[in-house]
Ligand binder design. Structure first.
Ligand SMILES: C[S@@+](CC[C@H](N)C(=O)[O-])C[C@H]1O[C@@H](n2cnc3c(N)ncnc32)[C@H](O)[C@@H]1O
Length: 210
């Protein structure tokens, strides 16, 4: 991020603007610039299926589902959260809400079984428990489901001082570090999309599977 982008991002994050973002009246805890990037990814890559770990209020799932619907995608958004209580309770024909630990082997097998062939392009967005260990479990579980050309965003790599919340401790950024060291060459860092709007909640978090 440039110094101007970083200053804007710190304002956006530290004042809690991200907590007030809504899509069609449902909260979504995101950078609005990232949401626009995701819309471009879904269009440009002709995304058919989306796996989202971390539903929370459900605004992001609703946004993704509307985009898939508008594109006539054959797939759905599979949105997973360990806590059913905190989620939006609405329904959408393009969303499958699953409840449980996103990285549990049974959950990953269930998600894999839902990706009906020919499944087309998959977009995976990791946005659940932001501890390094959990994100690393998710990377080890979901990257193997991805095929060459599928897209991955690891959200909130910005925490633990990259550049916000320096007190957090090892988080998504450190999980990415460890995974890239474990599997060199498996993921290509998409610097162009990540930098396009000048700030992101996912610095070093945008990847294409090689
Ligand atoms: C940052 S919020 C998700 C925000 C949402 N994607 C959005 O953009 O609005 C993180 C969510 O992850 C969930 N979560 C925490 N640990 C989890 C786990 N092990 N498996 C699945 N979800 C988990 C929390 O309950 C919380 O709702």
């Amino acid at each position: 991020m440039s110094s101007a982008g970083e200053a804007y991002f710190k304002w956006y994050y530290d004042t809690g603007v991200w907590k007030g973002v809504q899509y069609r009246g449902v909260r979504t805890l995101k950078s609005v610039a990232d949401m626009w990037s995701y819309q471009e990814i879904i269009h440009d890559l002709d995304v058919q299926w989306i796996i989202e770990t971390g539903t929370r209020h459900g605004g992001s799932a609703l946004y993704f589902a509307d985009l898939l619907t508008l594109r006539g995608a054959r797939g759905k958004v599979v949105s997973i959260d360990v806590d059913a209580e905190s989620n939006w309770v609405g329904e959408h024909p393009k969303i499958e809400f699953l409840y449980g630990d996103s990285a549990a082997p049974d959950m990953v097998r269930l998600v894999e079984s839902m990706l009906v062939e020919p499944r087309g392009r998959l977009f995976v967005i990791l946005d659940s428990d932001h501890s390094r260990d959990h994100v690393l479990r998710e990377l080890r579980a979901y990257v193997p489901l991805m095929r060459s050309g599928d897209y991955l965003v690891v959200e909130d790599t910005c925490i633990n001082g990259h550049p916000v919340r320096p007190e957090f401790g090892p988080g998504p950024w450190e999980a990415v570090d460890e995974f890239l060291a474990e599997c060199p060459g498996l993921l290509r860092h998409d610097v162009g999309r990540e930098a396009k709007f000048g700030f992101t909640c996912a610095p070093r978090g945008f990847f294409v599977k090689a």
